[in-house]
Design a protein around this ligand. Structure first.
Ligand code: ATP
Length: 363
């Protein structure tokens, strides 16, 4: 396999920067997910690596070659799309064999490669079937197999699971992850589904508005989002973000709300807030780190329940706190109702603080 390096990659359409100065390195054998909301530039980035569209600026290096001006077929990549694009008249065997026949490989070598791929993907028993005789998950496996037989330096996958139903998607997620582990393949995988990225990838590149927002392991991105966009995009339900104001009360650093309550800060959080450029501070907290009380408690802040969603294992509550909706998860035994007054307790060691003006995390 090979590493892929993007250096100051730019793609413009007229005045629109679809990809804006993106630099990142995908190491040999790494699974990297490009993730972000619709229009963030992830598909364009993948298509630039594939050579399906020309770059406006920067460099793309695959292995030790700058591939900027190479045709897709000369880049040593294989693509897997969301629509599997199988040949309906050909058997699975011939769907897999076709790219190799085009390369005029000897028949016995083609047969070996097809059977090896079928074995890896556990579809030897399906080789004689036509695509219409396969389930969606099996068709997607054939599409993966067709990429696999080409033995590329890099696999490029564009939302390969988005046509599958929810259950199958979860199953194929594990299969693609396994595929990566077994083959130690270099994979760049586009998805708008942050959960897919978090569960499958070694590293995730979070994009927004053509810019790379953060590039790190899912654990690191989840625990230390660099800015408010990443904080709210990664994690489900989303991290709650409450705009507040830095102030002091009785010599203590606090965050205050328009309603008049004050949240005292720990010395570490007080230091972070003191380093901010402005007094506007955004408090961030993940649902599992907020405690919900049904009566007033020291240090807990009043909030009003908006929605209650029992899921069986856990109940998700949304409550209004100083005009912002906050997500909280509580055990199913805790019963609250819409419009009920509750008190929320934040864990000082697990809150996130952002500069309200720059939207960057405070360290
Ligand atoms: P989605 O998940 O909806 O596919 P995406 O994150 O993959 O979104 P891109 O398809 O890469 O986003 O698009 C990035 C930006 O570039 C968008 O603003 C889009 O409108 C614009 N764009 C993409 N392709 C073209 C094109 N051929 N002509 C003009 N603008 C384009």
């Amino acid at each position: 396999m090979a590493q892929v390096v993007l250096k100051d990659l730019i793609k413009t359409y007229g005045s629109v920067y679809a990809v804006n100065n993106v630099s990142l390195t995908v190491n040999d054998g790494e699974f990297v997910a490009l993730v972000g909301p619709s229009g963030c530039g992830k598909t364009t980035t993948l298509n630039l690596v594939a050579g399906l569209i020309p770059i406006t600026g920067g460099d793309i290096v695959i292995g030790d070659r700058v591939v900027n001006d190479l045709d897709p077929k000369d880049r040593d990549i294989a693509m897997v799309f969301q629509n599997y694009a199988l040949y309906p008249q050909k058997s699975v065997y011939n769907n897999l064999a076709f790219p190799l026949q085009m390369r005029r490989l000897p028949k016995d070598e083609i047969d070996r490669k097809v059977r090896d791929a079928a074995k890896v993907l556990d579809m030897t028993h399906l080789l004689e079937r036509k695509p219409r005789e396969l389930s969606g998950g099996q068709q997607q496996r054939v599409a993966l197999g067709r990429a696999l037989v080409r033995d590329p330096a890099v696999f490029l996958m564009d939302e390969p699971l988005s046509n599958l139903d929810a259950k199958l998607r979860v199953q194929m997620r594990s299969e693609i992850k396994r595929f990566h582990q077994d083959l130690k393949a270099t994979i760049i995988y586009v998805t708008h589904d942050q959960l897919e990225a978090v569960t499958m990838a070694d590293k995730m590149a979070v994009m927004n508005g053509g810019f790379l927002q953060q590039y790190d392991t899912p654990a690191q991105v989840f625990a230390h989002p660099l800015n408010m966009f990443v904080a709210s995009f990664i994690g489900s339900p989303a991290m709650s973000l409450v705009p507040l104001e830095a102030s002091t009360a009785n010599g203590m650093s606090v965050l205050t709300s328009a309603e008049g309550w004050a949240l005292p800060l720990s010395p570490l959080n007080a230091r972070k807030v003191a380093a901010a450029k402005s007094k506007k501070i955004v408090l961030g907290a993940r649902h599992s780190t907020i405690k919900l009380h049904k009566s007033a408690q020291p240090g807990a802040i009043p909030a009003k329940v908006y929605t209650v969603e029992p899921t069986g294992d856990v109940t998700f509550v949304q409550a209004f706190l100083s005009g912002s909706l906050v997500n909280i998860s509580v055990p199913p035994a805790v019963h609250v109702a819409p419009d009920e007054q509750v008190w929320l307790e934040f864990d000082q060691d697990r809150i996130h603080l952002f500069d309200g003006e720059t939207e960057m995390a405070l360290h």
